[in-house]
Design a protein around this ligand. Structure first.
Ligand code: HEM
Length: 123
């Protein structure tokens, strides 16, 4: 498959994850709880599928462009750590709603860092 298709899959996953996280964080900021979230299933499902698409698109891209020939690049490991952190942020607004505002700012900062890592491949 063309690397461009994998990149689109990667970006589709990113959009799904960040949209869901924004919704969950806003719900938490507004004092919402797990039970009062009428779109809980929708957001967690979108989040889960999005996380999967990010991985599929990312590794698909690496494979399709031959970047895995010498093993997983260092910057990819750093992105995997960011991916795990973003994945864990899902629970924060429900478990610790007082940290929702922090999630609102930390998530895009991590996204920018992940984009920078892919762009510059510093290690
Ligand atoms: C939530 C975490 C992540 C975010 C926010 C993110 C974000 C991005 C963005 C915005 C780009 C486009 C950069 C550009 O072309 O200028 C990109 C490219 C890419 N990402 Fe991710 N990414 C994440 C996780 C991952 C993971 C886990 C992998 C693992 C394989 C990965 C692999 C890649 C690859 C291979 C590219 C293309 C690099 C290139 O153009 O050579 N990303 N990512």
């Amino acid at each position: 498959m063309s690397p461009d298709v994998y990149k689109l899959v990667h970006v589709a996953g990113l959009l799904m994850v960040f949209m869901s996280l924004g919704g969950l964080a806003l719900h938490g900021i507004n004092g919402g709880t797990k039970d009062s979230n009428g779109a809980r299933r929708l957001t967690t499902l979108t989040y889960g599928i999005g996380l999967l698409l990010i991985l599929l698109g990312g590794f698909g891209w690496l494979g399709a462009t031959g970047m895995l020939s010498q093993g997983v690049p260092g910057w990819t490991w750093a992105k995997l750590a960011i991916w795990l952190t973003i994945g864990a942020l899902l629970a924060v607004p429900a478990v610790k709603p007082e940290l929702s505002r922090l999630v609102w700012f930390v998530a895009p900062a991590l996204g920018v860092l992940a984009a920078w890592l892919a762009r510059t491949k510093p290690f």
